[in-house]
Design a protein around this ligand. Structure first.
Ligand code: ATP
Length: 319
């Protein structure tokens, strides 16, 4: 049982054809399929692992295109349902010259938000060794209830729960609600991954010191990760903790780096769950995940940048 089941949104990002412009200045946009949970599923499959995606798409040309992308990448799309009344979500995204990411979402509501608990493909969820999710699916009903139900099914079937909140401030009615709802399912996870920005958002403290990270630690966690971009990441378990540096690469576009990181780490954990209790094995798995994140940061877009295993091993050997 090595299946990673990823739950949540899959959508199309429209990104400018030229770099460093605002959305208003962009002369044209290209389609870039994404959505963090879908990226994670593809990251796992690209490494040769078993992966399934559970979520809802519009029964439209874009929704069918996205389901095809999952299948073409070796992801089990048996957990995908289609909504005939709502569109596949779209987001216009740009990395401005000042380094800030600017988002404009078209979700009013989009199909992913309309997934109901009744529509969940329970058989897919029950096969999970790891059930992975974010927080965007917690924002609106009925998807929020479907999300909570899916977590319960997975946990009862013996899966490890993996949570990467993937904060998107603009999607929430208020920052306070974002914080409260993101933390409302915090204690249920076995594995949690946050970025530096999310650590600050959730704790209110701008620091990645251990005592700050530990504010997010729960005694029931098996692993907590704080990713630090080109600095690699910090990790915490009940018995040991540490920092694992990343690999030196030429950064082009970090989109999807976090998804590559957690997807590849989950792949390693389902292959050998004893890594969660063994410092040497865990650090080995995190090194591999850092390399996956690093490679993803060297190329434009998320899905096209997710590496295969040989590419990861080459970077690790070279270093
Ligand atoms: P995202 O941009 O997908 O939201 P994130 O903020 O969740 O990403 P990051 O910390 O940017 O996560 O990246 C995840 C991991 O990828 C890092 O912990 C690191 O191992 C690797 N990584 C990202 N960027 C670089 C880089 N420029 N050089 C080396 N490694 C990197």
């Amino acid at each position: 049982r090595e299946l990673v089941v990823s739950f949540g949104e899959m959508l199309i990002d429209f990104v400018p054809t030229v770099a460093g412009v605002s959305l208003a200045e962009a002369p044209a946009f290209v389609k870039a399929p994404g959505g963090a949970p879908a990226n994670v599923a593809i990251a796992v499959a690209r490494l040769g692992g078993g992966a399934a995606f559970v979520g809802k798409l519009g029964d439209d040309e874009f929704g069918r295109m996205l389901a095809k992308i999952l299948r073409e990448n070796g992801v089990d799309a048996g957990g995908v349902v289609f909504d005939s009344g709502a569109r596949t979500a779209l987001a216009f995204v740009t990395l401005r010259a000042d380094g800030e990411r600017e988002f404009m979402f078209y979700r009013n509501p989009s199909a992913d938000m309309l997934l109901t608990a009744d529509e969940l493909k329970v058989d897919v969820i029950k096969r999970a060794a790891v059930f992975h999710y974010g927080s965007i699916s917690l924002i609106a009903e009925p998807c929020r209830t479907a999300h909570l139900h899916a977590m319960k099914i997975a946990k009862e079937a013996g899966a490890l729960l993996s949570y990467d909140p993937n904060l998107r401030e603009a999607l929430w009615p208020s920052l306070e609600e974002a914080r409260t709802k993101i933390l409302s399912i915090w204690d249920q996870a076995d594995i949690v991954k946050v970025s530096e920005v999310e650590l600050e958002f959730l704790t209110g403290i701008n620091s990645v010191e251990d005592d700050v990270a530990m504010k997010l630690w729960r005694p029931t966690f098996k692993l907590m990760l704080v990713t630090l971009g080109d600095q690699g990441c910090k990790y915490y378990t009940k018995d040991f903790r540490g920092t694992v540096p990343s690999y030196k690469v030429q950064q082009v576009d970090t989109t999807g780096a976090g998804d590559a990181f957690i997807g590849s780490l989950l792949r390693k954990i389902v292959q050998d769950p004893s890594a969660l209790q063994d410092k040497t094995k865990l650090e080995g798995a995190i090194k591999f995940a850092n390399a996956c994140g690093a490679i993803t940061a060297t190329k434009k877009g998320a899905i096209p940048s997710l590496p295969k295993e040989d590419e990861v091993l080459r970077l690790m050997e070279k270093a």
